[in-house]
Design a protein around this ligand. Structure first.
Ligand SMILES: [Zn+2]
Length: 150
């Protein structure tokens, strides 16, 4: 965890983003380390966990990180949690919790509310259109003989 904290501090001191760092470990060895880079990249998805996952996947040359663990200085937000699930990581160690982070202005409680179905609907409109046309893509994928599932 100290390395994730060091990453977070480095990013914060260089104004790359918020005070968040993460590392990914496999068999006791650090595969990747990253800090939040939202400000320096203008990428709202450049959270430490997502960047650490991208880097680990590149280093290990695979998208399945089920043999890895992630250490993150703060509890993963819903986006990062989803990325962790997509990466098949099975263990997350986190430092501060979502309430600690909200107290300094990084409040992701709206996302949790939205996932639970409790959010004010005016915050985000989600409209289902052209399902039939889009469904065709799924059918084509399903029938594809050389697909690789992930
Ligand atoms: Zn996040």
């Amino acid at each position: 965890m100290q390395i994730a904290i060091d990453e977070a501090r480095e990013g914060m001191e260089h104004n790359h983003g918020g005070p968040f760092g993460a590392i990914i470990v496999k068999d006791g060895k650090i595969i990747s380390r990253a800090h939040n880079r939202v400000l320096v990249t203008n990428d709202p998805t450049a959270h430490a966990e997502v960047l650490a996952i991208r880097q680990a996947s590149e280093v290990l040359d695979k998208f399945d990180l089920s043999d890895c663990e992630i250490y993150t200085s703060s509890q993963p937000c819903p986006m990062c949690l989803a990325a962790i699930y997509w990466a098949r990581i099975t263990k997350v160690y986190f430092g501060t919790n979502k309430e600690d982070v909200a107290a300094i202005g990084f409040d992701d409680s709206l996302f949790y509310k939205f996932i639970r179905g409790d959010a004010d609907k005016s915050t985000l409109e989600i409209i289902n259109i052209d399902r039939k046309e889009c469904l065709e893509l799924l059918k084509e994928w399903d029938e594809k003989t050389d697909k690789e599932m992930y």
